[in-house]
Design a binder for this molecule. Sequence first.
Ligand code: NAI
Ligand code: PYR
Length: 368
Amino acid sequence: MIIGVPREIKNNENRVAITPAGVEAFKVAGHKVVIESGAGAGSGISDRQYVAAGAEMLASPGEVFGVSDMIVKVKEPLAQEYDLFRENQLLFTYLHLAPEPELTGALLRKKVTGIAYETIQTSDGALPLLTPMSEVAGRMSVQIGAQFLEKHYGGLGVLLGGVPGVPPAKVVIVGGGVVGTNAAKIAVGMGADVTIVDKNPNRLRYLDDIFGARLKTLISNPYNVKEAVTKADLVIGAVLIPGARAPRVITEDMVKSMKPASVIVDVAIDQGGCVETIDRVTTHNDPVFIKHDVVHYAVANMPGAVARTSTFALTNVTLPYALALANKGFSRAVREDAALARGVNVIDGKVTYQAVAEALGLEYTPLQ
Ligand SMILES: NC(=O)C1=CN([C@@H]2O[C@H](COP(=O)(O)OP(=O)(O)OC[C@H]3O[C@@H](n4cnc5c(N)ncnc54)[C@H](O)[C@@H]3O)[C@@H](O)[C@H]2O)C=CC1
Ligand SMILES: CC(=O)C(=O)O
């Protein structure tokens, strides 16, 4: 199989979908890897390192898409990439289709086989190709929140950990999964007063067990969410229903009740966002906007800012699945691995992931 890796083009997306170790693994298995020149630069990987591992460098994305049986990427394709897809090409990447009708339409028209990292799900409910980036984004969310709480960034002028004689900031994390747990680790470590809200009581029990008295837990319902965010200095949005558009757990009324110059970091923005007042995705270049006197951060590729860490963390988990697709071919690979099969969102002009079909009002066709 020919595996193609284009350079990422989303704003400040410095990650790349393959490392030299991945190139070598494909070569040893008898495949060919083509990479767009410069694709690894943002992650500190040179063309020379890729060539030494056995890759061929190509000058343009058109050449990469043109010759490859499988495209391996990091982020969802952007509009300027839609014309590059070939019919029946395998596309292995984050897709986040539920809030992306145009991208979904392009994949269906071109009959691309789209396998989404974020919906590959093992039988215990884990999302192994989302987890490492959620670890990164969860940890980043607190450092970003701390920065935007500084006065000259538009925030309240509050130090997360407080100082002796002055109480710490109140951090409310809505969603206690991987992002939420990693955000809590950093916020607790910085000495903040941290509350985590989740709809799953067993998750709250687990968090209570691991954090003990350093963290407060709260079951998610509109009353509790409002009570918590009204008092918060920093709110982190971290809910997920796999594949679906994020539920808008934090309503406009709740945001209006927040303190002026408090901060919201909506990590769930890649699935459409869980805060009603966030009506647009922001970028690393222009990351925040103010609404109802509250600072809103809504960057959908947060790990792209710490690309060296993120590229290695991501490719550690994507490579085994990409190798399985190349070695066995698509049909056998998904037949033999139910977790991988759950990643298939579109194939042959049909939507094969129910939550995506429901979010976009499209017909759902089971993969079988
Ligand atoms: N913006 C970015 O750059 C990045 C965004 N993400 C996104 O962050 C989001 C969270 O990801 P993970 O933590 O890995 O998911 P997860 O599945 O580990 O955790 C989600 C949690 O949300 C909870 N939840 C669902 N509905 C809820 C509700 N109504 N109220 C309270 N809790 C609710 C679930 O019980 C679960 O514990 C996803 O949308 C993910 O794609 C992840 C990495 C980077
Ligand atoms: C998961 C995701 O949205 C990201 O890593 O950019």
